[in-house]
Design a protein around this ligand. Structure first.
Ligand SMILES: CC(C)(COP(=O)(O)OP(=O)(O)OC[C@H]1O[C@@H](n2cnc3c(N)ncnc32)[C@H](O)[C@@H]1OP(=O)(O)O)[C@@H](O)C(=O)NCCC(=O)NCCS
Length: 215
């Protein structure tokens, strides 16, 4: 039987480490992320797209870093960017927005590890389900996600600017989530359970106490 190389994430001699995004290093991290992600995109995202995700959900972004043995310098070799919010007054939906691994590092389990870290963090944050879109021609990504339990929920015709179609993939984390009703009428009153994710209503100020003389 052929021996298989352990994934880099499990190799004790590996200098790879996995970290959560840290806004203290925003400039360096965002520059490296943009470089890594834009290599594989037909339309690179603007800086505002990165800020949208990182300012609100930086805790759902994970990075794979590796140290160059000669220079000792650390470089970003993988990234996953996600968000988590209620979906159309329905389930808490995690969303994987970006995933990329540097070409020379592919096939070592890095993306799988990053996606698992993001799923765990979203689950801890109360996610009922996790969704994402991927090009129907991206067999690598499709295999990776389907192996992690994602199911094809929709085919989105000409979803990308380059005219390519996408699959929406969904991972259900709780039983019955796929059957949950969602509402998208902006004028409809929210269903009762939507309040679960809203801050408590402000308490009106107490009426001033009147003294005996009415003052
Ligand atoms: C997709 C991508 C993130 C995978 O990264 P990776 O670190 O190589 O993934 P992993 O090593 O964790 O692979 C997990 C599984 O995915 C599948 N896979 C990954 N890349 C593949 C490829 N190029 N062809 C076929 N299958 C592939 C394999 O089934 C692999 O399992 P295996 O160990 O049995 O071979 C990487 O190829 C990439 O950055 N691509 C460009 C950006 C992109 O497409 N992002 C996804 C957008 S949704």
């Amino acid at each position: 039987m052929a021996s298989s190389t352990p994934p880099a994430s499990e190799n004790p001699t590996s200098t790879l480490r996995y970290i959560r995004y840290d806004s203290a290093h925003e400039d360096a991290y965002v520059a490296a992320m943009r470089q890594l992600i834009s290599k594989d995109l037909s339309e690179p995202y603007s800086i505002y797209v990165y800020r949208y995700f990182l300012y609100q959900w930086g805790d759902l972004c994970f990075l794979a870093m590796d140290t160059d043995p000669t220079t000792g310098e650390e470089q970003m070799v993988g990234v996953v960017v996600s968000k988590l919010e209620p979906h159309r007054h329905g389930p808490m939906r995690g969303y994987i927005a970006m995933l990329a691994v540097q070409e020379e590092y592919r096939g070592k389990g890095i993306a799988t590890k990053l996606v698992r870290m993001a799923i765990d963090a979203m689950e801890k944050g109360g996610a009922d389900e996790i969704a994402l879109e991927t090009e129907i021609t991206n067999t690598g990504a499709m295999k990776l996600y389907e192996r992690l339990g994602f199911l094809r929920s929709k085919r989105l015709h000409r979803y990308y600017l380059n005219g390519n179609s996408a699959y929406r993939l969904v991972l259900y984390l709780k039983e019955g989530v796929g059957l949950m009703r969602t509402s998208f009428d902006p004028y409809a009153p929210p269903p009762d359970h939507a309040h679960d994710h809203l801050p408590p209503a402000p308490v009106p100020p107490a009426a001033p106490l009147l003294g005996e003389n009415g003052a």
